[in-house]
Design a protein around this ligand. Structure first.
Ligand code: GRF
Length: 202
């Protein structure tokens, strides 16, 4: 399976995918990494792994629809079959969603539909939840929405500060995302008529 990865920041989830591909435990390749920010450290990770990258200029990104048209065209040109959002701080729009129907995937550091938005870990911590976790879902044109593919729960232990919670959340993300991409690569993920995802047993 060839995937495109969309990033905006440090790219630790991208790195987890790169590492699982290079150790042979994930049967996929990354055709293109797209960044919404020229300074994203994830671009360096991609370059170090010999992966082609694309950073769209502010001018193009000023028009989100035009940007997503360019992104869709480039992803297709690089053979990408799925679009994996990994810390991508933009919404995806019709040109990209229509080019990759039920093939745009996002990871969110909370158990959706709780704690949507860009500060999910802090928000869950501030709320005082005893259980939180990670969600991987197909993206639609709303933030942190769309059919859920996988979730993993984490019990919040007494005495953790937000940094400890964050470290545990990221550790789960870095395990779960490559696993889900593996399920996609194996063709085991289906979206039903009811909009719910089913995963074929192995
Ligand atoms: C992750 O926590 C992801 O769930 C969220 O943004 C963060 C990205 O981190 N959407 P990284 O860029 O993969 O290190």
């Amino acid at each position: 399976l060839t995937i495109g990865v969309l990033i905006s920041g440090s790219g630790t989830n991208l790195q987890a995918l790169i590492d699982r591909i290079s150790d042979g435990s994930l049967n996929a390749r990354i055709g293109l990494v797209v960044s919404s920010r020229p300074s994203a450290y994830g671009l360096k990770r991609a370059e170090a792994a010999g992966i082609q990258t694309l950073t769209l200029s502010k001018e193009i990104y000023a028009d989100p629809i035009a940007a997503d048209e360019v992104i869709a065209t480039e992803l297709k040109a690089h053979g990408c079959e799925y679009v994996i959002m990994a810390g991508y701080m933009r919404m995806v729009h019709e040109p990209l969603l229509a080019s990759f129907p039920n093939r745009v995937v996002n990871i969110h550091p909370a158990l959706l539909p709780s704690f949507k938005g860009a500060h999910a870990i802090q928000d869950a911590f501030d709320y005082g939840v005893k259980v939180t976790g990670v969600t991987v879902h197909f993206a639609d044109d709303k933030y942190d929405c769309g059919p859920i593919i996988a979730q993993r729960a984490l019990a919040v232990e007494e005495g953790w500060d937000v940094d400890e919670l964050e470290a545990h959340i990221h550790q789960i993300e870095h395990e779960l995302y490559p696993e889900v991409v593996g399920l996609l690569a194996a063709g085991r993920v289906h979206v039903g008529e009811n909009g719910k995802v089913s995963v074929d047993p192995r």
